[in-house]
Design a protein around this ligand. Structure first.
Ligand SMILES: NC(=O)C1=CN([C@@H]2O[C@H](COP(=O)(O)OP(=O)(O)OC[C@H]3O[C@@H](n4cnc5c(N)ncnc54)[C@H](OP(=O)(O)O)[C@@H]3O)[C@@H](O)[C@H]2O)C=CC1
Ligand SMILES: CC(C)=CCC[C@@H](C)[C@H]1CC[C@H]2C3=C(CC[C@]12C)[C@@]1(C)CCC(=O)[C@@H](C)[C@@H]1CC3
Length: 331
């Protein structure tokens, strides 16, 4: 029996996000898989569960309330999961936000006519900024949601993930927007800049490496994926919906030039699903696994070496442990 916990799985009002598509794919692949959806909104979580039960009436799907941006909620949810289960095989760390995104239109038009248009469309590099906020824990919201809440969750679920004779895998939904230059070890939470999304995703790449260094000996492995550009609530939030509808034909056209425009949540979940079928021990800790879709619509997963190093990863890990101590004392 395989138990898998998914963070951020709510049924979305418009599209259904990547997490929900992954659940559909997992259940279609193996009807026996036990899913536990960790979501912040109870009603939407129940709607997601019901939607999955329509196509998989026998499925084992449970819910746990989790706001990964609130540390109190993370500790509570982890306790709940520990009471319910004695083992976890997969932990999908998929919840993610990009609040108040702004597109730099000038950079977009400049990029279009530079030799780097394909790179710009694959990574969104230099095009996006965000306005971050501070949570009630006193943390930057993007850092807390995209990185730190997940870090605490993994640490709290260690007894279920590290079991003698069993290997387990944690999977971070990162991004090709993760960029070293957006991240600083002196400003982990990205208080100073306006690319908190890029910074948090780069930090998750580093943290995955650090988790591998610290936990492989206990049977816990960590991997990172990028789903490509997928039309979900996250992307619909970047520009008005009518604009996306208008440019949709252009988006499908761009797919001929870049296989990173996966566009549908089903396609975007490809690498998440692919990892589920791999032996954790065989995965490359330095690789980001990309969901890709060819011009003809064929999905595949491709590893790409990350721009990360052990020293940076270790420093980040140490700093997160210090912050964990401080948060534990406060709560
Ligand atoms: N779409 C894209 O092109 C890309 C997406 N990604 C990453 O993929 C992941 C999934 O995003 P996607 O499906 O596109 O977007 P969605 O907005 O559809 O999904 C994000 C999910 O995260 C959940 N979530 C957000 N904040 C919290 C929180 N504090 N606690 C618990 N759950 C939370 C949301 O729940 P709720 O319904 O309550 O809002 C939602 O279910 C994210 O990490 C994103 O950064 C990476 C690269 C590209
Ligand atoms: C497609 C056209 C004609 C215009 C849209 C321009 C941008 C809004 C768009 C181009 C590349 C996109 C992109 C992302 C957001 C929207 C774009 C900047 C992401 C940054 C979204 C979140 C991610 O994690 C990345 C993988 C995306 C990379 C590409």
């Amino acid at each position: 029996m395989i138990r898998s916990l998914h963070c951020g799985q709510d049924l979305k009002t418009v599209t259904g996000g990547i997490g929900l598509a992954l659940c559909e794919r997992l259940l279609s692949h193996d009807a026996q898989v036990q899913l536990c959806l960790a979501c912040r909104n109870g009603q939407r979580a129940e709607a997601a569960r019901q939607a999955l039960l329509v196509s998989h009436p026998q499925a084992h799907i449970s819910l746990v309330q989790l706001d990964v941006g609130s540390m109190h909620s993370v500790f509570k949810a982890a306790q709940e999961v520990r009471q319910r289960y004695n083992r976890l095989d997969y932990l999908y760390l998929n919840a993610g936000i990009m609040p108040n995104p702004q597109v730099d239109h000038k950079a977009f038009y400049k990029g279009l006519f530079s030799g780097k248009a394909v790179h710009m469309f694959s990574t969104g590099e230099g095009l996006l900024t965000q306005k971050d906020e501070v949570t009630s824990d006193g943390l930057q919201q993007v850092f807390a949601t995209n990185l730190f809440g997940h870090f605490i969750l993994v640490r709290e679920l260690e007894p279920l993930l590290c079991r003698p004779g069993n290997s387990s895998l944690i999977i971070w939904t990162s991004s090709s927007n993760a960029r070293r230059s957006a991240f600083s070890l002196d400003d982990l939470q990205h208080k100073q800049g306006n690319e908190s999304y890029s910074s948090s995703k780069y930090a998750s790449d580093l943290l995955s490496l650090a988790f591998n260094r610290h936990y492989n000996s206990k049977g816990l492995y960590s991997s990172v994926i990028c789903p490509g550009l997928v039309m979900t609530n996250l992307t619909y939030g970047i520009l008005p919906s009518f604009f996306w509808t208008l440019i949709m034909p252009i988006m499908w056209l761009i797919r001929i030039f870049t296989n990173t425009f996966t566009l549908t949540p089903y396609n975007g979940a490809e690498a998440l699903f692919w990892l589920f079928k791999q032996k954790p021990e065989a995965l490359d800790p330095m690789a980001k696994y990309h969901s890709l879709t060819s011009g003809l619509g064929n999905n595949y997963t491709q590893p790409c070496k990350m721009d990360i190093d052990d020293i940076m990863a270790e420093t980040l890990y140490e700093k997160l442990l210090d912050l964990e101590d401080a948060i534990r004392k406060k709560l």
